[in-house]
Structures are given as structure tokens and as C-alpha cells.
Design a protein around this ligand. Structure first.
Ligand code: IPE
Ligand code: IPE
Ligand code: MG
Length: 255
């Protein structure tokens, strides 16, 4: 019986995939997962139910990305500005990584996914860091999709820290101003070793970056949708990829 369902499921996948080219899959997709609160409000539910339901969308996006051959998937889970929210909501959000990993880590390990985190861990509660560290260490040798959680991440803080390090190194004579290049900056950001996003997706209808990867998104393709994050599924993900594949990236040159 399970076999029958599996083969039906595979058939369904075959139907969606052919419209996407296997040759032009974005290597790095970054997602601003927005709209959890509004999704819940619409249903007369507390905002945290939106966050809880949004966890399932994280899993769907990771599976969809892995299936199509995306190498890096960065998920904006909590910004340096999200501390402004009511304490109850922040506390709930800080519990979500461990809840997500308790449910999904085994399957992610099976799928050869490597968990990564960027952000400023020094402000996170110990239980959140412990869950992330365990997931990072248990998936360290995996070679498949890199699932990168941006947790307490803020692009301006990331840039400020890199620039401060440069200033200190220059003042101490460890770095000459000539070596302070774009490559130096790249290698001192939280994304060091990870290519810039090819595609940015933002759900929830807002048309802004909200302090997300300001340096790294310089030439990324942007795709916005009104869909609230808890409703985001595999088909939306592939819709974004299909749109990406229709675009021509020029990087300031001529096509
Ligand atoms: C995104 O959903 C999740 C986080 C920012 C943590 P929101 O909580 O921002 O939901 P809306 O934008 O208020 O609907
Ligand atoms: C961006 O969403 C941050 C995350 C998705 C984690 P916000 O809901 O915080 O963004 P603003 O406040 O609408 O710009
Ligand atoms: Mg929001």
C-alpha cells in the first residue's frame, strides 16, 4: 500500500519538475519567511500558531530545494530587530529551533543535509544555542544541501563587525589597507565560504529586505509573493525557480 502511494507521489513530482531546467538551478536560495502573524490573525488564532505552522513550511522548502539540486538554502528565522516584539512571542520563537530539530533532525541527517547557522549567538538563550550546536555537529560531515538558519541575524551588525575588525587590524599593523578588498570583506562576513544568493524569496507581501544580507544580495534575483509563510509549499518554491530561470542576469554588462 505504501509503495502505491510512493509511486503516485513520484508521478506527481515528475509532473511538476519537467518545466524546470536542471541546468539553471540557483545554487543558493535565501528566504525571508514572513507573514506568520498575519496568517494566524486571519484565522483568529494567536500569532505563535502562525510560527508553529511555519515550521512545516521550512521542512517543505528544504525538501523542495534538495530535490531540485539547490546547494544552499538560507532561511531568515529571527532578525536582530525581532527582539522588539513582546517577550512571550520572542520566547516562543527561541524554542522553535529545538522543536523543529527534535522533529526533523533524523530525517535531515538521512537526507545528507548539513545544518549551518549565521547570526549573533551571543544574545541567544543557551537552550537555543545548544540545539543548533547539536544539529551542526551531527550534520558536520554531510555533503548534501546546506540548510543555513539566520538566527538573530542583522546585516548591518554583520558589516559593522567586519569593518571594526578591519579597522583594528589596520591600526595594529596586521592588515594593510591594500588588502582590505571586497574579497577580504566577503571572507569576514557570516556567509564566508558560502556563495552569494542567486535568488531571494520573500513571502508575506512586504517589498523590503528588513536588514537581510545587504552586501550579499547585490546581484541576486528577487521574487516576492503575497503568500503567507505557513502556506508556502513546494509548488510556490518551484514557481520562484521557474521565474528565476526566465530571467537574464547581466551583472551590469550586456547580455
Ligand atoms: C515572520 O512572520 C517570522 C518572524 C519575523 C520571526 P511575522 O511574525 O513577521 O509575521 P507578520 O509579518 O507579522 O505577519
Ligand atoms: C523579517 O520579517 C525578519 C524575518 C522574517 C525573520 P519582519 O516581519 O521582522 O520584517 P518587518 O518588520 O516587516 O520589516
Ligand atoms: Mg513580519
Amino acid at each position: 500500500m505504501i509503495k502505491v502511494f510512493q509511486s503516485l507521489w513520484n508521478k506527481k513530482q515528475e509532473k511538476t519538475l519537467p518545466s524546470l531546467s536542471k541546468d539553471n538551478v540557483p545554487s543558493h536560495v535565501a528566504i525571508i519567511m514572513d507573514g506568520n502573524g498575519r496568517w494566524a490573525n486571519r484565522r483568529g488564532l494567536p500569532r505563535i500558531v502562525g510560527h508553529q505552522t511555519g515550521m512545516k513550511a521550512v521542512k517543505r522548502a528544504a525538501i523542495a530545494a534538495d530535490e531540485i539540486g539547490v546547494k544552499y538554502l538560507t532561511m531568515y528565522a529571527f532578525s536582530t530587530e525581532n527582539w522588539k516584539r513582546p517577550k512571550d512571542e520572542v520566547d516562543f520563537l527561541m524554542r522553535l529551533p529545538e522543536e523543529f530539530l527534535a522533529i526533523e533532525l533524523e530525517e535531515l541527517i538521512e537526507k545528507n543535509v548539513r545544518i549551518h547557522m549565521m547570526g549573533h549567538p551571543e544574545d541567544l538563550p543557551p537552550h537555543t544555542i545548544a540545539a543548533m550546536e547539536e544539529a551542526i555537529s551531527r550534520t558536520r560531515n554531510n555533503t548534501g544541501l546546506v540548510l543555513n538558519f539566520a538566527l538573530n541575524y542583522g546585516s548591518r551588525r554583520e558589516l559593522k563587525e567586519a569593518f571594526r575588525k578591519a579597522a583594528e587590524d589596520i591600526a595594529a599593523g596586521r592588515l594593510s589597507p591594500e588588502v582590505f578588498t571586497e574579497e577580504w570583506i566577503d571572507s569576514h562576513l557570516q556567509t564566508s565560504g558560502i556563495p552569494d544568493p542567486d535568488l531571494l524569496i520573500r513571502t508575506g507581501g512586504e517589498l523590503r529586505l528588513s536588514n537581510f544580507m545587504l552586501w550579499q544580495l547585490a546581484y541576486s534575483e528577487l521574487w516576492f509573493t503575497d503568500i503567507y509563510w505557513p502556506e508556502f509549499g513546494r509548488d510556490h518554491f518551484y514557481q520562484a525557480i521557474a521565474e528565476y530561470q526566465r530571467r537574464t542576469r547581466r551583472y551590469g554588462g550586456l547580455s
